[in-house]
Ligand binder design. Structure first.
Ligand code: XBP
Ligand code: MG
Length: 240
């Protein structure tokens, strides 16, 4: 047996062990649990139309805009660069974002967005092993509920010891705030936990909080720089 074959055989096993040994798994939502960013994009566009704006974010534009985490911040960043003479106040942005959030809920309900392969098994196995589960996400709290009550379980909240969303903290990813808040609520040492993320911003956020990170590559962030991650996989099926 050559070295490549041997390491290919060992790698998935040691990764699975690494997942099983963590005291807590801290999960990102968008891109990691489900491919939701395309639905976020459609919800933003529906909100722009409803508000009478002629803005439209195509796939390419949205990919660039995703560098700015958080929907309100993304709207503000787009407005500033594309329409510097138009002043969008914080209340204007908040109102537009509320429209977006309503459209997102409607679209998620309509399309019954599925969990990505391996996610349900990862959650099931973790609970069976007695591991703690938590969520650290940038998205709006109600979006987690819209998604997981349909895609996971109506009582999904009971499965997670801590759920921290973007507006619960002062600064969104890549700042470590959501992860630091999860650690504070769980009381686990950072190094005993494992974060599962799909973006470089998420990797930076969790790493800055001292949590080792596994990356599950997603549609919008496939080509991000993931150096510093424990491992990068295409699907969580590789870890269960
Ligand atoms: C997800 C995001 C979110 C969503 C939109 O990042 O950046 O902003 O795109 O959600 P991550 P809101 O997966 O790293 O947490 O519009 O509700 O802010
Ligand atoms: Mg993500």
């Amino acid at each position: 047996m050559n070295v490549e074959t041997l390491s290919a055989l060992l790698r998935p096993c040691s990764l699975k062990d690494r997942v099983a040994r963590a005291s807590a798994l801290v999960l990102d939502v968008d891109g990691t649990l489900a491919e939701t960013e395309g639905i976020h994009r459609r919800a933003f566009n529906a909100a722009f139309t409803e508000a009478g704006l002629d803005w439209y974010w195509d796939h390419r534009t949205y990919k660039k805009l995703l560098r700015t985490t958080g929907g309100k911040e993304r709207i503000q960043a787009f407005g500033r660069t594309r329409y510097p003479r138009v002043f969008l106040s914080d209340p204007d942005v908040a109102a537009l974002h509320r429209l977006k959030t309503t459209h997102y809920g409607r679209l998620i309900a309509q399309h019954t967005c599925r969990l990505r392969p391996g996610v349900a098994a990862l959650i099931r196995n973790a609970l069976a092993r007695g591991q703690t589960l938590a969520i650290a996400t940038t998205t709006t709290s109600s979006n987690i509920d819209e998604l997981l009550s349909v895609a996971l379980d109506r009582n999904w909240r009971n499965l997670f010891a801590a759920v921290v969303a973007g507006d619960d903290v002062a600064a969104k990813k890549p700042a470590p705030d959501v992860y630091l808040e999860v650690l504070a609520r769980l009381g686990h040492p950072a190094n005993d936990c494992l974060a599962i993320e799909d973006s470089a911003n998420g990797l930076k956020a969790a790493s800055s909080a001292g949590i080792p990170v596994l990356i599950s590559r997603s549609e919008y962030f496939r080509d991000d720089d993931f150096s510093g991650a424990l491992a990068v996989v295409d699907e969580l099926t590789e870890l269960v």
